[in-house]
Design a protein around this ligand. Sequence first.
Ligand code: SF4
Ligand code: SF4
Length: 703
Amino acid sequence: MADVHQAALKARIVKALEEPKHSAALLRCMQRGRDNRARALTELPGGADFRGTVKAVKDRCIEHQVELVNRFIANAEARGTRVFCARNGQEAIDYVLKLASDRKAKVIAKSKSLTTEEIEINDPLIEAGLKVIETDLGELIIQLVHEKPYHLVFPSVHKMAADVAKIFAKETGTEVSEDIPSIMKVVRAYLRPIFLNADIGMTGANVGIAENGCIVIETNEGNGRLVSSIGDCHVCVMGIEKIVDTIEDAMLMVLAHPVSASGQLPTTYVTWMGGRSPLGEGESRGPRESHIILLDNGRRSTRDDVAMRESLNCIRCGACMNVCPTYGVVGGHVFGHIYPGPIGIPWTAQVHGLENAGAFASLCISCGLCKEICPAEIDMPMMIAEVKRRFAVEHGFAKAERTMMGADGFAALGSAMAPIANRMIQSKTARKVMRATLGIDERRALPPFTHQTFKKWFHARKRVSQESKRRVAFFVDVFANHNRPDLGQSAVELLERLGCEVALPEQRSSGYPFIAYGNLDKAREVATFNIARLAPFAKDGYDIVATEPTAAYCLKSAYLTLLHSSNDSEFVAGRSHEFFEYLIDFDTGTTEFPSLKGRRFGFHISCHQRPLGAGHGAVEWIRRHGGEVKIIETGTCCGMGGTFGLKSGPLGYDLSMAVGKPLFDLFNQSGVDAILTESSVCAIQLREGTGLPVYHPLELLAQ
Ligand code: SF4
Ligand code: SF4
C-alpha cells in the first residue's frame, strides 16, 4: 500500500530531476539565504543564541494562547477593529465574501499571506465575481501562471528573469525586456492602479500583539503597507499562533524573521498597525474599516497534540527550506502540498490532513539540518518521523523502508555468512534480486561484511591491566561492528594507548533508521534498551564514546526526545561524546603516530555531526599530526541520508546522487589527495560520487 503511494511521488521526482535549471536557481537562492544569515548572525548581539530566546518566547505564548487570543481580541476591538474567529478556512472565506458583498466590492488587492494560501481563498472569491490581485511580486508571478508557492519566502524563485518577462508580456499585452529594471517598470505600472482603486485590501500578519491589539506586517516591497492603508477596507487573515504577548516579544520576531530568512535586519518595511486612522471618520467615503480574521483551522488541536505542538512555534522564516537537501533538488511543487519544505510536512498534516502530508513526507531523509537552523529550534526531524509513523499506521511501510529498518539483522546475517554474503553483494544477478525483493539499488556499492565482528574481537582479546586515567564505555553501532571492525579496534587501541580503560557495555545498534522511516515505537524500544545499559556506566563515571556521528547524535540528542528527557537519558547524554571531540581534549599530539606531513585532505562534515562539534575534533587532530586539511562543504547534505541512498530508484539512489552532485564537484575541484569523513555512509556516497579515496581519520593510523 505504501509502495503504491510512493509511486506517484517517484514519478514527480523523476520529472523534477529532468528540470535541473529549477533546482539550480533554487540551490543558489538557498545558498544566498544561508550565507546572508550567517553574516547577519555575526552582527546580531548574541549571534545564533537568539534561537533559544525565540523558542522560549514562542513556547510561552503557545502555552498561554487562549488568554493571549482573548486579550488580543479585546484590545483590537477597543481600537475599532472587528475581529472574527474562524474555526476553519470556509468560515474565513464566507466572512470575506459577505464583507465584499456588503461593500459591493469588485477588486481585492492582496499582500503576501501564507495563511490565505493555506485556506485557498482566491478561487472562491474569483468564482464569486471578484477580481483578486496578488501585489507581492513573487506571489503575483505564481498567480499569473496558476502555480503554488515554490518556497515559503520566495514563492517564484524557480522562475528566471526571462520567464517573468514572458509572463508579464502575456498579461499586459506589451513587450517586456528580460532585464530586471524593465520588468520592474512594467510591474509597477501594472500594480499602481490596483493599489489605488482596490475596494478591499487583504493581508496576512507576521505578528499579533496581545497587549495592544496591534498587528505587524513585514515586507520588502512596501505592498503590505499600501494594501493595508490606501483603501477604505482592510482585512487581515492571521493564524492564532502568530499572537505574542508583548511589544518586546514582537520586536524579537521582527528581527528573527528576516535574519533567518535572508539575513536582513529587519525587512525594508515593517508596518505596526492598530486599527485604522480616525482621519477617515466623517469623510464623504465613510469610515475606514479594519477587520481581523483569526484562523484556527487545526491550530487549537495541534496545541493539544504533544508530538506536533512545537510546529506552532514556526515563524514562517523559511530558513529550514534553505538547508533541506532533497527540497533543494526537487523544489516546492514536489516537496510540499501548499506549505512547502521541511515545516510543510507537519504543518500540512495538521491543516490539510495526513494523506496530503504523507504524500511527500518520505522526501525527508532525516538529516536533521532543519532543526539546527530553525530560529525556534523546532525538532522537525522528530515531528516528521511522527507524521511518517501516523501515515504508516494507515498504509504500512514501503518495502525498501522495511529493509532499511532491518539493517541490523541483515548486517548480522551478512557477518555470519561473510564470505558468501560478500560474493552475493558483488554479483550482478544477486543484486538484481536484492533490488526486486529488498529495494536496494544495484548501482550502490555495498561495504563487505567481516566474519569477526568488533564485538567478538573485543570480548576475545586479552587486556593488559594498567592504571587508567579515564574510563570509556564504547558505543559501536552497526557499521563498525559488522563492516569495519578495524575502525572500532583502532579507536579502542588508541584510547588505551592514551591511558583509558575501555569497556563495551551490552548494547544494540543506535536504531536511527527507525526514526528516519517513522517507526518510533521501535526507535523508543532501542533507546530504552541502550539507555538502560549505558546509564549505570555513566553513573559510575565512564565517558561514553561513539565513532559513528549518528550514533553519538542518538546518545546526545535523539534518545532524549524519544524518552522525554528521562533522568537516565539526560545522564547518558551529558557523558556521551563523538570520538574525536573527546580525543582532542587529551591527545596532545605526543602519541607516536605516522606523520601526515605533505598530505592534503578535504574533510566532509556529516549532517549529524554538525551539532556535535562539526568535525572540529577530527580536523584539529589531523593538523596536530602534520596533515593539511580543509573542510569542504556546500552547507547541506552529501545526499546519502543514512540509508536513504541505498534504496533503489528515484526515492533513493537517483535523488541521493542528485543531492550530492554539487558537493562531489567541490571535492573534485579542490585538488585534495583524499577525503576524510567520520560517517561510514557518507564515505560510501563520496567514494562513489567523486572517485577519490575516502578514509575515516582512524584509518590514517594504519597507513
Ligand atoms: S531532516 Fe533534513 S531532509 Fe528532513 S526535512 Fe529536515 S532538512 Fe529536510
Ligand atoms: S520551521 Fe523553523 S526554520 Fe522552518 S520556517 Fe518555521 S521557524 Fe523558520
